[in-house]
Design a protein around this ligand. Sequence first.
Ligand SMILES: [Fe+2]
Length: 322
Amino acid sequence: MDVNKKAFLSALGLGAGLGAFAFYLARKEAYNYQIDFLSIDKTRSSQEILPTDLDRRRSLKILHISDLHLAGNEEKKKLSFLDYMTSQEFDLIFLTGDIFEHDEAVKYAPYLIARPPRLGAFAVLGNHDYYRYNMTNKILGRIYKPLRHPEDHARDVAPLVEALEHVGYRVLRDEVAHFKSESLSILGVDFPTVEENKLDELMQEIPVGHLSLALLHMPVELQKYVSRGVDAVFGGHTHGGQVRLPGVGALITDSELARKHASGLFKRDDTYFHISQGLGSDPKTNFRVFCPPNATVLEIDYEAVYSTTEFGRLKEKATAGQ
Ligand SMILES: [Fe+2]
């Protein structure tokens, strides 16, 4: 063998070795679960609030998880992380889609709510809940849209919703849940997004002064939540980019988000957005680089605002309890 050929083969071997090692690290990072702690201050100026001796300060401790992509094979580390996280004390758990990658994974639903949160657990569905993807959909579908979500790959989501509701989640599909005593409303947007008219209808259901939180899977058309004054929006889908390079950020966000907002907390006007980095991905492409899977604990401080009737009822209740 001549010297050039030998050098070429050595370089090829070294390249293949480095590639395999990088892939090994990227696969390993996909199971390196992290927890983020964040806070949001939505306390308002008190001028419009009824004068009262009733304490209006409220604080919600929320667990935000997303993009679990639970497959049929047993994923012990992910399940035990989910079990640990959801066994902590929370006011709310938000799960923002891409929950069950495979139909048989519904058996893992109990791991998603080990301890029922004080006010409840809420979920919205994602694109991987609605569709089965193959590599053609994933790669060519980004160039030629009809291949992205072919109708013959659509899934029946009824068993997925049933499994979540059976363990205590409420799945919001263009619906709003209200907690009058907390002055809180939670709006859930079904995949892919909500029509403007429908969003107006849902917003009209929210009493004036309620803290409004919205859940969605795919971060698209975000300005419509800003223009309607939603207090905070929780989303997923991006996986934080999955591959992030130092100084560059996420290579792709698969949404309207800029690279620096592929995950984490940011604000537009008075609306906060929290985009989860997610806890999994499609098993066919489950690797991460500088972008570990994570769950987020968020605390939101705000002041409850009541209608006169609700205020009277609560004050009566507080006096009776003295
Ligand atoms: Fe996802």
